[in-house]
Write a protein that binds this ligand. Structure first.
Ligand SMILES: Nc1ncnc2c1ncn2[C@@H]1O[C@H](COP(=O)(O)OP(=O)(O)OP(=O)(O)O)[C@@H](O)[C@H]1O
Length: 891
């Protein structure tokens, strides 16, 4: 995130700047991390570099401002539709400071006072137009250990639009997972947070914001006893720096964001761990193209209101580990599944619920208008109805939520008594406050009304008095009330008429009484508008005092929406209640389905999963046969069950899983500069270090990124290690068919394969998982289906049956080849040999004495200099080929 700083050109002319330019310069210098938008009347202006940047990015005209001190580039945007321009500046990586006029220009003696009222950044936007959608917009702040003895890191995060504020701490990897899970719009980092991976996130570096003393004071301004909530100084410092930044961007002082009413501390260990790779691999929130279609959230999101939508996301992000809590959610979903009338009534009412979390934030920030207050009222009206609908709910969670619902009768009555039912958007122009709410206002409005009635009667009265039938009484903005008499009748005009305006065919007059009435009407109307505004802001502040209660109602409504949604989805899609079984027992699913693929695949084939006896399944089958889908579906069933949902299966008996690991699909981490294989191995290493017997591990074609021999060796060793050392429930899809032999050697490993119907030339995928290993990989068949030319297919078939011709250069078997050609006999020992004998030695020894000694030495030294860890498999192969050629040439 960047700013433009104080304009250099103005710095040169500092002494000669006009007062307004001097003000601009000072604000730019003070908010040098931002691009300052400077209000001049109805426009936000920028000057010098900022003007050039704005003109280019926003495609607006670059003009210039000339005054006694010089000429400065200038560009401006209309305030009325500034939002889309600001969004473009944010997207381009600028932090935007809004310098508003904070004084009525008519009251200013010199230059109008201006102040930065807020700084807008991706993590701190509050404007409705700038918040991308209804989902949470998090600002996060990281801290690390400050003394050598500690390794505790913390992350605090805040959604400024709703006031949600949470904090947690732990080892760096745990905190990293939390950060990835949240996917914040902006992250505040500091000197101690270098270990985190924040590539791809908007960051704001703060050098000195992490002082513990300042943090304690600031956090204390929001929660009465921070020590009772927070676990460590590391957490407190994260919260303090986060609040400091939030206040800074909102133009507030310590404690000024009073709708932030609580900080929730949570233990990451209380929910299933899902790291960035798992979130990505399982496509919970984003599909592989980064879109939100065909994701688990997409399937589940049948919520009725924005409150529910955010909570659903939150639940999905954090599947629970606590059995009792999971069962409570299942109980509620079950009741709402069984009682469709109750569910439908509940959902119907929830459709009328506004986003009162964001609304109360606007109330608190003094940005809500009268319509917002009416929306709050109409949402609160739903509460008693909801309680009635839930009156005969039986299961604890629903009963508890019914009882937790505060009807907020006081707030509802206040709004109802005070605010008109259909108020205008503007709150300064009257028509906001109901009659009967305030005596003074009623008296003013009565005076105004009486005056207008008198004027309305005046026409008839004066016509009669003067006998001029065409006499008219009217009003215009410039001249006020008038009596209009056409030219032919002017001779009948009474004496006390005073001329006000001459038109072509008529004259306009006023009388002393009309003037008096006019002053009275206008005076009363102006005072009434002012008074209405005062009353409105007072009411708004009174409601702001109740922010915490409103937030509480919002959270209960949100949970009810999620529970009703989960029940609705369960009924619509035929999900069943999972049974939680003891830890240590394996996953057992009858006729499980992939919740997302089944919505796009009309004839989805359900499959069983039984990891109760054998906890590791090696899954083979042709490409496209359904291996990945099957593995993911098991993980998604587990995630759904632990978030409180029913699951897409005929029956599911599930232990509580502590973590789902995925190593699914080899995608190059180009941005991170890692080769596919390196990334694959890093992820694998995490799995092998961190998985427990309560984890579910999905491995999809591990080893694909390297040579076949290495890949097989790694796959075999990994399977053994998981079996012998970890005992995690594991699904391992592979194209290495000989891996299936491991089932003969390890009791807890079984084989599954996906079947294909091959009648004649046609190949049909049955998508059915059956016990045992598949016979062939059908890779050539899939190549044919994909349109690979027939000669290539034919040649492949021949090579498959006759074997690949061996290189004439290779006079003796290398260990590598032995593995590739061995048919599953004693693979383990062969692999161990490979590990011992380096190919370098094989090459040099086999050619010793034949080639030029000098060339071989050079080749050897070249090989030694290779940085293998930095090479892609393709580079390695190319280099190997090159070495072979050089050895050949040297003969
Ligand atoms: N159980 C199923 N019922 C119906 N269609 C399915 C089923 N499983 C998978 N499919 C369909 O088959 C396609 C391929 O599935 P998937 O990607 O799981 O195959 P795969 O065996 O993992 O392939 P590869 O080895 O090439 O990665 C999916 O996109 C889906 O449309």
């Amino acid at each position: 995130m960047q700013g433009t700083g104080a304009p250099a050109k103005m710095a040169e002319n500092r002494e000669d700047l006009t007062p307004m330019m001097s003000q601009y310069f000072e604000l730019c210098a003070e908010f040098d991390e931002s691009l300052v938008l400077f209000q001049v009347g109805d426009f936000y202006e920028t000057f010098c570099e900022a003007a050039q940047i704005s003109a280019r990015l926003l495609e607006i005209t670059l003009t210039k401002r000339e005054d006694s001190s010089g000429s400065y580039p200038m560009s401006g945007i209309p305030i009325d539709n500034a939002a889309s321009y600001i969004e473009t500046l944010l997207d381009a990586g600028y932090r935007v400071a809004i310098a508003d006029q904070v004084q009525d220009p008519s009251e200013a003696s010199g230059v109008v006072d201006r102040a930065v009222t807020r700084v807008i950044t991706p993590g701190t936007v509050l404007d409705e137009e700038l918040l991308a959608d209804e989902s949470n917009n998090y600002l996060a702040c990281l801290t690390g250990p400050t003394d050598a003895g500690s390794s505790t890191h913390a992350v605090a995060f805040l959604d400024l639009s709703t006031g949600e504020f949470r904090v947690t701490s732990g080892e760096q990897t745990t905190v990293q997972d939390e950060l990835d899970r949240l996917d914040p719009s902006e992250v505040i980092t500091g000197p101690e947070t270098g270990a985190f991976t924040i590539a791809g996130m908007e960051t704001t570096f703060r050098e000195r914001a992490f002082d513990i003393g300042a943090a304690e004071e600031r956090v204390g301004a929001y929660v009465p006893s921070p020590d009772a909530v927070l676990d460590s100084t590391t957490e407190c410092r994260a919260c303090g720096a986060l609040l400091a930044y939030a206040e800074y961007t909102q133009g507030e002082t310590t404690g000024g964001l009073d709708y932030i009413t609580r900080i929730t501390r949570y233990e990451p260990a209380a929910s299933m761990r899902l790291d960035a790779t798992a979130l990505e691999g399982l496509e919970l929130f984003e599909n592989r193209d980064g879109g939100d279609e065909h994701t688990l959230l997409g399937v589940l999101d049948e919520t009725a209101c924005a409150l529910g939508r955010r909570t659903l996301t939150h639940w999905l992000r954090r599947p629970l580990l606590d059995r009792t809590a999971i069962k409570r959610r299942h109980n509620a979903v079950e009741e709402l599944c069984d009682r469709s009338l109750l569910r439908d009534e509940l959902r119907e009412l929830l459709y009328d619920v506004y986003d009162i979390e964001r609304l109360i934030t606007r109330v608190s920030r003094g940005r809500a208008n009268a319509r917002d207050l009416r929306s709050l009222k109409s949402t609160l009206d739903v509460v008693p109805e909801l309680k009635e609908v839930l009156a005969d709910a039986e299961r604890t969670p629903l009963v508890e939520r019914r009882e937790a619902l505060d009807e907020l009768g006081d707030v509802r009555n206040l709004i109802d008594r005070a605010i008109r039912s259909e108020p205008p958007i503007e709150v300064t122009e009257g028509d906001v406050i109901r009659e009967g709410y305030d005596e003074e206002l009623d008296a003013l409005r009565a005076t105004e009304r009486d005056g207008r009635e008198w004027v309305a009667d005046l026409e008839a009265h004066e016509r009669e008095r003067t006998g001029i039938d065409s006499l008219k009484v009217g009003y215009n903005e410039v001249h006020g009330y008038y009596i209009e008499v056409t030219n032919p009748n002017l001779d009948r005009v009474p004496e006390e008429y005073t001329r006000r305006q001459t038109l072509k065919n008529a004259e306009r007059f006023y009388t002393p009484e009309l003037k008096r009435r006019e002053d009275e009407i206008i005076g009363a109307a102006e005072r009434a508008d002012e008074l209405e505004y005062q009353l409105f802001t007072r009411i708004r502040s009174e409601i702001a005092e109740e922010a915490e209660r409103v937030q509480h109602v919002a959270s209960v409504l949100a949970e009810l929406d999620v529970l009703a949604t989960l029940a609705y989805v369960a009924c619509e899609r035929g999900y069943t209640r999972p049974t939680l079984i003891d830890d240590g027992t394996g996953i057992d699913i009858d006729a499980g389905r992939h919740p997302v693929v089944e919505t796009t695949q009309p004839s989805f084939v359900p499959n069983d999963t039984d990891l109760t006896d054998e906890r590791i399944a090696v899954i083979t089958g042709p490409n496209m046969s359904g291996k990945s889908t099957y593995m993911r579906q098991v993980a998604l069933v587990v995630v759904l069950a632990q978030m409180g949902s029913f699951v897409p299966a005929d029956e599911a008996r599930l232990p509580v899983i502590d973590r789902v690991f995925t190593r699914v699909g080899a995608s190059d981490d180009i941005a991170g500069g890692q080769s596919t294989f390196m990334r694959e191995m890093t992820e694998l290493s995490d799995i092998l270090h961190d998985a427990t017997e309560r984890s579910l591990v999905l491995l999809d074609e591990v080893g694909r990124g390297t040579s076949t021999a290495d890949g097989r060796a790694i796959a075999w060793a990994v399977t053994e290690f998981i079996h012998d050392e970890i005992d995690a429930m594991t699904l391992f899809a592979t194209h290495y068919h000989d891996l299936t032999a491991i089932a003969d050697r390890r009791s807890d490993v079984m084989n599954l394969h996906f079947t294909v119907d091959r009648s004649g030339e046609e190949m049909t995928f049955l998508h059915t998982a059956v016990p045992g290993a598949s016979e062939a990989s059908y890779g050539v068949e899939v190549a044919r289906l994909a349109g690979v030319p027939e000669p290539v297919i034919e040649r492949s078939r021949t090579l498959l049956s006759e074997g690949i011709p061996r290189s004439q250069r290779q006079s003796q078997d290398t260990d590598t080849e032995r593995i590739e050609r061995s048919n599953g006999h004693d693979r383990q020992s062969t692999i161990t040999e490979t590990d011992r004998d380096s190919p370098v030695r094989t090459l040099t020894s086999s050619e010793n004495g034949h080639g030029s000694e000098e060339t071989l030495q050079r080749i050897e030294s070249d090989i030694r200099e290779l940085s293998i860890a930095d090479m892609t498999p393709l580079e390695a192969l190319t280099r190997l080929n090159d070495f072979q050629r050089r050895i050949d040439d040297s003969r």
